[in-house]
Design a protein around this ligand. Structure first.
Ligand SMILES: [Mn+2]
Length: 345
């Protein structure tokens, strides 16, 4: 039974809102990932096919490895100036947020999102959603927002407008949020949806190749440097972390998206179940956590690094220096030493 059956009231309300809307704007979170962009585009294509005036507004740039997706060139990416443009949502009577659970996740446009008189819908799969929209469809059982968007389309009149291009965008969202079905995808429903997307004509091998085999030479050498010189391993604690300095980023000519996925690499070491990365950005240290099994990085991050996310993948940040931040991480780690030492996976 598709998970969406529980949400038939919300899907009905969404259908009504879509029918009545004259201009729809879809909004992914800032620094959108494959799921945010894939979900936004999958929905965009179906609404466009239905004949709606629809637009995607991204608060910030999205990674180059998504720039092969159908209609991605239609996404309006806000720059430093346009982020504060008070008119960005003008004329829209329906706003649909995808892949975020809190207004702060759309950062620089949250005030205008909040102030808009348009009807608002949120479609997401993160825990503990804030209540800031008229219609909320969210469930952590979904591997990805894209899987949920598929079920909304499938269970509504929009299915008539669903095509291979939309399916390709949704498959890419599902694929990137699950590391190509290697984590966060143990619900059989995910595989049901993958099957349906393949039936619709998705070329999954091509999607994989476009997303994962698209590195620059600089990025490959950057990864080599990081693995050799910037990875610290605590075998006893089953933990490893990576740190990246501003100079590293400059030396290897870092492009947007280049550090994506570095945090997953230490989990490839036998016995390592918890991984962290600390990246020195302009005004802060950007942090990501990954884990295997039940070690809850969402709790870890919200308790110590003002972040959050999912059990096995979350983010955070620090306004201390890079060195202070990693030292703090190492000392916090000691307080988890019993849990980590005895951890079985
Ligand atoms: Mn997601």
């Amino acid at each position: 039974m598709p998970i969406i059956e529980k949400y038939s009231t919300q899907v009905k309300a969404l259908e009504e809102s879509v029918k009545n809307a004259s201009k729809i704007i879809i909004v992914p979170h800032y620094n959108p990932d494959g799921d945010a962009i894939g979900s936004a585009l999958g929905l965009y294509i179906v609404l466009k096919n239905y004949g709606k005036d629809v637009e995607i507004i991204s608060p910030t740039l999205y990674p180059d490895f998504l720039k092969w997706l159908p209609y991605n060139n239609k996404i309006r990416v806000l720059g430093k100036k346009t982020q504060s443009d008070p008119t960005i949502f003008e004329g829209a009577d329906l706003l649909i947020g995808v892949d975020f659970n809190a207004l702060r996740r759309i950062d620089n446009i949250k005030d205008r999102f909040e102030a808009s008189n348009a009807k608002k819908i949120l479609i997401d799969h993160h825990p503990d959603p804030e209540n800031f929209t008229d219609i909320l469809i969210t469930d952590t059982k979904y591997s990805s927002t894209a899987e949920l968007v598929y079920e909304i389309i499938e269970s509504s009149f929009l299915y008539e407008y669903f095509d291979t291009e939309s399916a390709t965008c949704l498959y890419t969202g599902l694929m990137t949020d699950t590391g190509s079905l290697s984590f966060g995808s143990s619900n059989p429903n995910t595989y049901r949806v993958v099957g349906e997307l393949l039936k619709k004509g998705v070329n999954k091998d091509k999607a994989y190749d476009k997303v994962y085999n698209s590195f620059s030479v600089d990025r490959m050498r950057f990864m080599g440097h990081i693995m050799l010189n910037r990875m610290v391993v605590f075998p006893e604690l089953k933990t490893a972390y990576i740190y990246i300095t501003a100079k590293d980023r400059k030396d290897f000519n870092e492009k947007f998206g280049d550090t994506e996925n570095f945090v997953n690499i230490p989990l490839g070491i036998k016995g390592i179940i918890f991984s962290a990365i600390f990246i020195e950005r302009d005004n802060f240290v950007k942090i990501s956590f990954r884990s295997k099994g039940s070690f809850d990085t969402n709790k870890f991050s919200s308790a110590h690094f003002s972040g959050g996310g999912h059990i096995n993948a979350s983010g955070g940040e620090s306004h201390d220096s890079l060195q202070e931040t990693t030292e703090r991480f190492v000392s916090i780690l000691q307080t988890y030493s019993d849990e980590l030492k005895n951890y079985e996976y």
